[in-house]
Design a protein around this ligand. Structure first.
Ligand code: HEM
Length: 420
């Protein structure tokens, strides 16, 4: 069971048949191994290239049939097709979020959630109305960083950013705020719950199969689900009973940006350059390199001339697209200037760089996410000069969980710019 047959079912016999290229995997497990490492996006990009399957590649993992695109036009066709408006069922997501928008099946309930949140949470007026609050969180982060620098002489920024980001979501959605200094408090418990939720959801990068409970085998071998050998369901139920988890992508993106800043001698970048830095970081380290949440074919459908049967999980390899040298010159170089020369929208219309996805299930928090990243980055750069810690090392290795995180959390020095 490696590459799946792309032959159409009975009613499609008349339709044009074209076999989707793809690697032959191992019997039964297929290509399950690609999901067991922390660099799945890079491995899939290599496979798509070696199989000459950038447009579409087909493969199986256990009983799950996958197709993945590493090319903007095909990616757009998939993400914007109503046939792919559903999400595949994932046990951890079901246990944690089965009534939440991101994992809800395409239908009336999901449509209502989208509509209500678009009107009350993600509309420009709401985003603007939380501006002062976002700034206040930014100032609290600055205070926290100053304190950490006094005590330790360096700062592990991830924790500060996660806390700020969590606070932002909790305030925007539930009207609740937390303080950094509430040690051992509800706030820190919440932060740990979010981290655990991310771990449970991030099936694509999980490495140590049984011991670390990483890859949830029952997602691909349903019979194993009855047994819950890895205890994923148990952990999810414990977690879901405690909290509904917000999103952490903003913190992860900012950590990547600051890692890049530690090597740069930028003083006070002007707004267009700040935006260009954000876009270039997103291009190099797209927070959802496989767009995090895959799509499920609701019914049989054609993508180009290729037949995709109902029930296929479709993915877009955004990382492969943003590192394709036919699309981006010198794709492995950090060159924010490229976005000064050419206006590239990152909101989903241009699939060369679509970190928020596209189509019906595009990220509804995209405007809020970008507004937050932009403001906090400006505040953090205005207040501090970011330099490597004493060992001079900033390790840019990646680790794919639900989002693409830094393998080693960034530890650097934040040198305060203004002296009192
Ligand atoms: C830098 C920040 C962010 C990035 C890179 C990001 C990325 C994504 C991506 C790639 C998707 C899947 C889109 C698709 O399937 O086409 C998504 C969906 C989603 N995002 Fe975001 N996101 C960010 C911030 C946020 C924020 C701040 C919120 C809310 C406070 C949010 C809420 C959601 C929800 C609810 C969905 C599911 C939508 C659905 O299935 O209908 N995101 N996001």
């Amino acid at each position: 069971m490696g590459r799946w047959s792309s032959q159409p079912s009975e009613q499609h016999h008349q339709a044009k048949k074209a076999a989707i290229p793809g690697p032959f995997g191992l019997p039964i497990v297929g290509l399950l191994f690609v999901f067991t490492g922390s660099l799945t996006h890079r491995l899939l990009a290599k496979l798509s290239q070696s199989c000459k399957a950038l447009l579409l590649m087909a493969f199986c993992a256990g009983f799950t049939r996958f197709t993945i695109s590493s090319q903007p036009d095909t990616a757009k066709e998939i993400l914007n097709s109503s046939a792919f408006a559903d999400r595949p069922i994932k046990e951890s997501a079901y246990e944690l979020f089965h009534r939440a928008m991101g994992f809800d099946p395409y239908g009336v309930y999901w449509r209502n959630l989208r509509r209500i949140s678009a009107t009350h949470l993600f509309c420009p007026k709401s985003i603007a109305s939380f501006g002062a609050f976002r700034r206040e969180i930014g100032n609290k982060m600055i205070g926290e960083i100053k304190g950490l620098m006094c005590v330790k002489g360096q700062v592990e920024i991830k924790r500060v950013l996660h806390f700020g980001s969590l606070n932002n979501v909790m305030m925007s959605v539930f009207g609740k705020t937390y303080d950094f200094d509430q040690n051992g408090s509800q706030a820190h418990e919440l932060e740990e719950l979010v981290s655990e939720g991310y771990e449970l959801l991030g099936i694509l990068n999980w490495s140590d199969l049984f011991l670390k409970k990483n890859l949830n085998w029952s997602d691909h071998f349903p019979i194993l689900g009855l047994l819950d050998l890895q205890g994923v369901r148990k952990r999810c139920r414990n977690l879901a009973s405690k909290v509904n988890i917000g999103t952490d992508t903003v913190a992860i993106l900012l950590e990547w940006i600051l890692a890049g800043m530690a090597f740069s001698d930028l003083d006070h970048p002007h707004l267009p350059y700040l935006l260009a830095i954000i876009k270039e970081t997103i291009r190099m380290h797209p927070p959802g390199p496989l767009l995090s949440w895959a799509r499920l074919a609701i019914h049989d459908v054609h993508i180009g001339e290729n037949f995709i049967p109902a029930g296929t999980t479709a993915m877009v390899n955004m990382w492969a697209i943003t590192h394709d040298e036919k699309i981006w010159s010198e794709p492995n170089e950090f060159k924010p200037e490229r976005f000064l020369d050419e206006e590239v929208s990152i909101m989903g219309s241009d699939l060369r760089l679509a970190p928020f996805g596209s189509g019906r299930r595009v990220c509804p928090g995209k405007a809020m996410g970008i507004a937050t990243v932009q403001l906090w980055l400006a505040q953090l750069l205005q207040s501090f000069n970011w330099v490597p810690s004493d060992n001079g090392v900033v390790d840019l290795s990646e680790c794919l969980k639900l989002s693409l995180e830094m393998k080693k959390p960034l530890v650097c020095k934040a040198v305060y710019r203004v002296r009192c």
